[in-house]
Design a protein around this ligand. Structure first.
Ligand code: IP8
Length: 254
């Protein structure tokens, strides 16, 4: 099983509020279908959820109590999820979509998520969930798709994780356009710099890399790949060379 995070930077037009990137989703759908791999898909918020969360000054920092902000952000995530589900379905990917609240209780991924996901996959359906505004241990919070990916990875122990965004991988200094790293390890973390992202309430690439390091610490390989480039994404899905930047799993526990 492989967990794929489809970043908002791929599936939406970042600069245009509430607009999907149909061309990119179509391309993604083709590659995912061709891969014939058992997938779990998590998607991000892009110019839907991040746009509305920004508008209502909601961020991932703490409890959110603005009902209009919650309702509007959530509605935009449902819209994005439906558009994505429809296109993936048109390409023959049989999606079973659900909000993350179906798997969480008190802000923690429930053990029963294991059974739910495995039952969905047993009959070749593809589980699809997404970053959302969700009831946590104390009130509503933004739950990033990256955190869902980490939680699912630790529970389900997939073969590998793919973070697909609009860049080819991780570079040491993106502002200076230094080359993409083939591999990244813990020791290199302090040397990395991240460019500031506008309209992102969950921490952008920096947060993704931190979550990825945590996942890799459980012995699972994590790839950062370009979801806009079919060949690169396919290599990452297959765990091959040139699939972007890889963080190799360490401290194998099994
Ligand atoms: O784009 C954020 O999810 P992410 C979810 O995966 C919302 O970090 C609602 C902004």
């Amino acid at each position: 099983m492989i967990i794929v995070k489809l970043g908002g930077s791929v599936i939406t037009k970042k600069a245009i509020p509430l607009t999907i990137n149909r061309k990119a989703i179509t391309q993604l759908a083709t590659t995912l279908k061709e891969s014939r791999l058992p997938l779990i898909i998590v998607h991000g918020a892009g110019s839907f959820g991040h746009y509305n969360a920004g508008r209502f000054r909601i961020d991932s920092g703490g409890e959110i109590s603005n009902p209009e902000g919650i309702a509007t952000t959530r509605e935009s995530m449902l819209r994005l999820n439906l558009s994505l589900t429809k296109i993936l379905q048109e390409f023959g990917l049989n999606i079973y979509s659900f909000p993350p609240i179906a798997l969480y209780r008190d802000g923690k991924l429930e053990h029963h998520a294991n059974k739910v996901i495995k039952e969905i996959m047993r009959i070749n359906l593809i589980p699809l969930t997404y970053g959302d505004v969700m009831l946590g241990q104390k009130g509503f919070r933004i739950l990033s798709g990256d955190v869902i990916v980490r939680d699912l990875a630790l529970l389900l122990r997939p073969e590998r994780i793919i973070f697909a965004s609009d860049v080819d991988g991780i570079s040491q200094e993106p502002r200076k356009k230094t080359p993409i790293l083939n591999e990244l390890d813990q020791g290199m973390m302090p040397k990395l710099s991240f460019s500031k992202v506008r309209n992102d309430v969950t921490g952008g690439m920096e947060n993704k890399v931190l979550e990825a390091m945590r996942i890799a610490g459980h012995g699972i390989d994590v790839f950062f790949t370009n979801g806009l480039k079919g060949d690169q994404l396919m290599k990452a899905l297959r765990g091959e060379k040139d699939g972007g930047t890889v963080i190799r799993g360490f401290n194998h526990e099994n």
